[in-house]
Design a protein around this ligand. Sequence first.
Ligand code: DCS
Length: 283
Amino acid sequence: MGYSLWNDRIVADGEVVIDKEDRGYQFGDGIYEVVKVYNGQLFTAQEHIDRFYSSAEKIKLTIPYSKDKLHQLLHQLVEANEVGTGHVYFQITRGTTPRNHIFPDATVPAVLTGNTKENPRPIENFEKGVKATFVEDIRWLRCDIKSLNLLGAVLAKQEAHEKGCYEAILHRGEKVTEGSSSNIYGIKDGVLYTHQADNFILNGITRAVILKCAEEIGLPVKEEAFTKVQALEMDELIVSSTTSEVTPIVEVDGTAIGNGQPGEWTRKLQAQFDTKIPQAINA
Ligand code: DCS
């Protein structure tokens, strides 16, 4: 047993009570974030908090706490649970009212919850790479919002899992958008390609770190969509997220990417990413 975040308090896990009329439970009417913890320290927390507020604004949900207060609560939660390396999950819903699609009135408070998980970095995936499969992107048209509604993502990830793959590479028609819970990149002739940050993808916080790393190691970036055919012809493919960091994709639906091994640029990006990971404060 550990501690959870419940509105503006850190409480014992068992104390959290969620009503069956919570709009998150009824409609998936809410948003969430996942923040990585390295050596007891939150990584890119401000960026995640900013995106949380931005997702909230896009669905017209008012978060009744300041960004600073939320940051402080997340920090307290990580300390209370003595997280070493893992992540914090938190979400907010539009509150509890008898089921009705129409928003509740402004007096109904949003419900904020959060918890942590100890979770080692997936080092073997970083070293050996993973397999992926193409899945048609049937999600809605506001993938820029980190919505609790994840059915499209869940179905795609399950399909990938059943095929023995780590991730589903989603595509709308011929164009690759992103992964079911990640962003996707291709490297061809020394240029890194990734879908532009529009309504068809979630603008990953890890994506921003990777684009910065690319700049720092002299790898030019083109934020534009590539096709499924182009994906298979890339020299290197990468999947990224808060928990996947920079993971090489070495095979898609049985086709080897490049020589079937993680590529040189991927190795350089991983090394550059590693330089940004917070070390233990008293190390
Ligand atoms: N695209 C989608 C659809 C995602 O769900 C995620 C993260 C990303 C991209 C990558 O964003 P970050 O780099 O900011 O993590 N999904 C979170 C999730 O559901 N679990 O872990 C990360």
